[in-house]
Design a protein around this ligand. Structure first.
Ligand code: HPA
Length: 269
């Protein structure tokens, strides 16, 4: 299924990435930091779904950060765009097929925990899947991973410890939090946000969880970072606009780039 995409990417670059990064809404600057890089528009890769969301570039960049070879996905497909769970996770499957063993997922999220602030970063410690689907339903390909993958360490503990240490060194506040994934595309109601807070969620978004499930299925190590682009519905006396999400993403982008540059070389596969 991913063979053609794998062969295509391998024909475009001699580099073989060991780590992958997915950049969420308005966060697509990190790819520019790579050297010896090859940019591949998603549309050129066999089977790869396009990205229709505003603020998503829609390209795969393979390049080097020092001696580390990295694959960066700027933009992702979402379930709310009408893509299937298989399409939403296709990129992660393809990166796995070209040898990627660790993934760093970033996303824009609404802050549910009242201690969070717009513009802050949150290290995802766990998630709650409320999207009503799972990318692993259907026949299991045993060559990729087990039928019933364990998810008790879905966000690698070791990676989180490293991320926390790097954040302290760079003086970037980075509390841990639980990410609740909703289907979207409508933002939540205030009542839904109170519910999510009651069940233990700290941030809410519309992505990442299917990709994290597939990465775990393939035995990859995962790190997740949310950028709190807005306070969730009902917390502030104002409406939520996608423009605010993108604006905050742009504000945080440089901090995130600084963090990823310091972090990635320290993540052991
Ligand atoms: N809710 C869901 N997804 C989001 C939000 C939000 O408030 N902000 C950014 N992505």
């Amino acid at each position: 299924m991913t063979k053609e995409a794998q062969q295509y990417i391998e024909s475009r670059t001699p580099l073989r990435p060991s780590i992958g990064v997915v950049l969420g809404s308005g966060l697509g600057a990190f790819a520019d930091e790579l050297t010896e890089r090859t940019d591949i528009p998603y549309g050129d890769i066999p089977g790869w779904p396009g990205s229709t969301a505003v603020g998503h570039a829609g390209k795969l960049t393979v390049g080097k950060l020092g001696s580390l070879v990295v694959a960066v996905m700027a933009g992702r497909a979402h379930l709310y765009e009408g893509y299937s769970p298989a399409q939403v996770t296709y990129g992660v499957r393809v990166l796995g097929s070209i040898g990627v063993r660790s993934m760093v997922f970033t996303n824009a999220a609404g802050g549910i925990n009242l201690e969070l602030e717009r513009g802050g970063l949150v290290l995802i410690s766990d998630h709650i899947n409320l999207q009503g689907s799972n990318p692993l339903t259907g026949p299991n390909d045993d060559s990729l991973g087990p039928r019933f993958p364990d998810m008790s360490d879905a966000y690698c503990r070791e990676f989180r410890e490293t991320a926390k240490a790097v954040a302290v060194e760079l003086c970037i506040p980075m509390p841990e939090g639980v990410y609740a994934a909703m289907l979207g595309p409508s933002y939540e109601t205030p009542a839904e946000i109170r519910y999510l807070r009651a069940i233990g969620a700290d941030v809410v978004g519309m992505s990442t969880v299917p990709e994290v499930i597939v990465a775990n299925h393939m035995g990859m190590k995962v790190l997740g970072i949310s950028c709190v682009t807005n306070m969730a519905a009902g917390i502030l006396p104002q409406k939520i606009h996608h423009e605010e999400v993108l604006e905050t993403g742009a504000m945080v982008r440089d901090t995130l780039v600084r963090f990823l540059k310091a972090l990635l070389p320290r993540l052991e596969a």
